[in-house]
Ligand binder design. Structure first.
Ligand code: FAD
Length: 386
């Protein structure tokens, strides 16, 4: 049943987090399992089309709600939040300039909870510089032929379609004039590398895709040939930054909750007092809360500003993802100190959070690259100057 009301939607997400996502989080992590059940539950609750405009059949929400949703899911299972977030980012890319045919064939099933899509931008050769793709696109009768390799494709081998970036088809065009196409999962010539075995984010199925003479019809091109730098700054970047900011904020929130719960419960046999009575630990907890809260406020503010089309939104979004990476890693680390040796045991919640949090710095745009973009923006220089 479709609802557009933000508070009803967030209540639905909370319910799914409690009944479906939370109970499965540690098993998914242990088994490196793609969170199929969780994603189906989110789709069944109508969230597949969260960021698809209402006139195209979706819920019509923007970055603020994407941040809130990913945060709630990420508090319970960061892998599920990452998979759901990537689906939403790819959905926003498809919706940005969708043709009527793309709306019918892709967005309608996405909104009906019957289609998962995802982003395949990164490549082994260009790494963190995902905006310079080398995968080739060659025009042919009725469409295009695609060749090359994509790396770290979240939802890889499980999604129904892949938003794939390609180099410009004209070899003389500037490298940032690249294109994006939608490749259906069933495309002949699309092959998957080994199963994902990450330090953390173990459920996200971040696999390598080989595209060998993959033929796609011309209606699979998104927007115009060569206008993808527009997408990077208008859609891919903003939606991706905010989905990831929400996800990693969720990790920090979970670590803070764990620290509070542990400090309240831990009592000493020799004194009858507990961790909650020790001033230096109270002080450290206060500092952790402030780190989480200032990051949350930056993320929410950046997302709202971006939804309103604010001038400085991009710098705020870039800083939000950079800040949340520092926040998640440091708050989980601090929580482990407060919770002591018990939390250092293998298989505990904080161990999983620490492994998951560590992905934040290395996921493109990486923390260093984001900080550089912000600096360049402040200096009046083009962001992609390297
Ligand atoms: C869990 C996970 C999920 C992912 N999911 C997806 C996905 O769904 N879709 C997708 O397309 N990609 C995805 N990625 C890929 C990711 O976004 C990066 O592209 C990838 O991690 C880059 O790795 P690399 O080793 O090639 O980095 P490299 O490019 O080799 O970079 C190594 C380090 O050098 C730094 N560096 C490089 N250039 C600069 C510079 N100019 N200034 C400052 N520092 C610099 C980087 O910040 C980084 O810290 C995922 C990655 C992970 C870990």
């Amino acid at each position: 049943m479709q609802t557009f009301d933000p508070s009803i939607l967030l209540d639905r997400v909370r319910e799914i987090v409690n009944t479906d996502i939370g109970p499965r989080a540690s098993v998914l992590d242990e088994r490196y399992e793609w969170p199929e059940h969780n994603l189906r539950a989110l789709q069944a609750a109508g969230l597949g089309g969260l960021v698809v405009p209402q006139e195209l059949g979706g819920l019509g929400h923007g970055m603020f709600m994407l941040a809130r949703t990913c945060e709630l899911i990420g508090t319970s299972c960061a892998s599920t939040a990452l998979c759901f977030g990537m689906h939403c980012v790819a959905t926003a890319v498809i919706a940005a300039k969708a043709t009527p045919r793309q709306a019918d064939e892709l967005l309608a099933p996405i909104c009906a909870g019957k289609h998962i899509t995802t982003l395949a931008l990164s490549e082994p050769g260009t790494g963190a510089h995902f905006y310079f793709p080398r995968v080739s696109i060659t025009p042919q009768e009725g469409g295009y032929r695609i060749n090359g390799t994509k790396s770290f494709v979240t939802n890889g081998s499980h999604a129904d379609s892949y938003v794939v970036s390609t180099a410009p088809s004209d070899p003389d065009a500037p490298p940032d004039q690249f294109s994006c196409v939608v490749v259906p999962a069933s495309a002949e010539g699309l092959e998957w590398g080994p199963e994902w075995r990450g330090l953390g984010m173990r459920g996200n199925s971040s696999r390598t895709a080989k595209l060998q003479d993959v033929s796609i019809p011309s209606h699979c091109l998104l927007g115009e040939e060569g206008d993808q730098i527009w997408y990077v700054f208008r859609v891919v970047g903003p939606y991706f930054l905010i989905a990831m900011a929400g996800t990693y904020l969720g990790i920090a929130v979970a670590a803070l909750q764990e620290a509070v719960g542990h400090m309240q419960a831990r009592q000493y046999a020799h004194s009858g007092t507990g961790l909650a009575d020790i001033p230096v630990l109270q002080h450290r907890l206060g500092c952790m809360w402030a780190v989480v809260e200032r990051t949350r406020r930056l993320i929410y503010h950046a997302a709202s500003e971006a939804d309103e089309g604010g001038e400085t939104a991009l710098l705020a979004l870039a800083s939000a993802k950079a800040e949340v990476a520092d926040c998640a890693v440091s708050v989980v680390n601090e929580a482990m100190t407060l919770c002591g040796g018990v939390s250092y045991r293998a298989g505990g919640l904080l161990e999983r959070l620490m492994r998951d949090a560590r992905a934040a710095h290395v996921m493109s745009p990486t923390t260093d690259i984001l900080r550089t973009w912000v600096g360049r923006g402040l200096l009046g220089q083009p962001l992609l100057g390297d």
